[in-house]
Design a protein around this ligand. Structure first.
Ligand code: FPP
Length: 305
């Protein structure tokens, strides 16, 4: 009897010790994450976006201004994208998302759609090795299954060979639409048998294609338009928006740095009255919330569809 009581006491002690180790580990993990977030967000006293999303607009106008076919504008747009990837590298921005083909773009003339598909495939073939060597992780965001099989294969291959890279995560939004993404997310939640009143914002965020990515801090749109055009409409709820008249193929270092400068002067309040400078964490991804903090770790997460 006494032996049993002593054993129970030992087991309790052991559990307490295990609990301390686990909890201590969590605390340490969280402290490391907080330090990492602070390091990425504020440099030399300036707020720096950790995730930039770009609506690369104006390729067609750039080409038309030069009496060139529109596809030449998209090709010049690829050069501009290469430049911006380098700039993100230089400025230590860990994540860049670009809107390369929307679900609405299928409605463009057949030769332009075919040209954009071919261009995407060509760019993967020509740039993949360099991106891999430079530490860029490539990810596709959008409806993969609707793309041609050879493009799907190229995307899977690109994601696989760059999956361990962590210098920059480059999300190519290709056959992407924000409304389609929300529809897909709600369908998945309902298919799971979730009752209507149990559905939460975090649950929807967690079912989006971007479920393991942080929301964008800064959305840049070129060519002067002032709209989101169905781009990351859920994730953009608290993003800072920056529009420039510069056409995408002309977007260079000065334009990029001007956008970063504008961002550093914004006050992000996330709907609150706090007037502190740019806050790295939105309400739903506060470092206070354990699950949301996991969404803050984007670079090694698994690809999502
Ligand atoms: C919008 O400009 C741009 C697009 C629909 C495509 C963007 C594609 C690229 C920059 C190149 C492809 C990217 C990869 C990753 C291969 P627009 O054609 O609507 O320009 P406009 O408004 O002047 O007509």
């Amino acid at each position: 009897m006494i032996g049993t009581t002593r054993n129970k006491g030992r087991i309790k002690q052991l559990w307490t010790a295990v609990g301390t180790v686990i909890d201590g580990g969590r605390q340490q993990q969280r402290a490391e994450r907080e330090a990492e977030i602070a390091r990425l967000h504020v440099r030399d006293g300036r707020a720096v976006p950790r995730h930039i999303a770009i609506i690369m607009d104006g390729n067609g106008r750039w080409a038309t201004n030069r009496r060139l076919p529109r596809l030449m504008g998209h090709k010049a747009g690829v050069d501009s994208l290469r430049r911006v990837v380098e700039l993100c590298h230089d400025e230590r921005i860990p994540m860049l998302s670009v809107y390369a083909f929307s679900t609405e773009n299928w409605g463009r003339p057949r030769d332009e759609v075919d040209g954009l598909m071919r261009l995407f495939w060509d760019v993967i073939q020509s740039d993949l090795d360099r991106l891999r060597r430079e530490g860029v992780r490539l990810r596709h965001v959008g409806r993969l299954a609707e793309l041609a099989p050879d493009i799907q294969d190229a995307i899977r291959d690109a994601e696989s060979v760059t999956s361990h890279n962590d210098k920059l995560c480059l999300n190519i939004c290709f056959n992407y639409g924000g409304r389609a993404e929300i529809v897909d997310a709600v369908r998945a939640i309902v298919a799971n048998g979730t009752p209507a009143d149990a559905i939460t914002e975090d649950m929807i965020s967690g079912a989006l294609y971007t479920r393991d990515l942080p929301d964008p801090d800064l959305i840049i749109r070129t060519a002067g338009e002032m709209r989101l055009s169905n781009y990351l409409i859920w994730q953009a709820a608290y993003a800072e928006y920056y529009s420039t008249a510069v056409l995408w193929p002309d977007f260079g270092k000065d334009d990029f740095l001007a956008a970063l400068d504008a961002y550093s002067q914004r006050k992000r309040r996330f709907g609150k009255l706090d007037d502190t400078p740019a806050d790295p964490a939105s309400p739903s991804e506060s470092v206070e919330s354990g699950e949301a903090a996991v969404r803050e770790v984007p670079l090694h997460a698994e690809p999502v569809r």
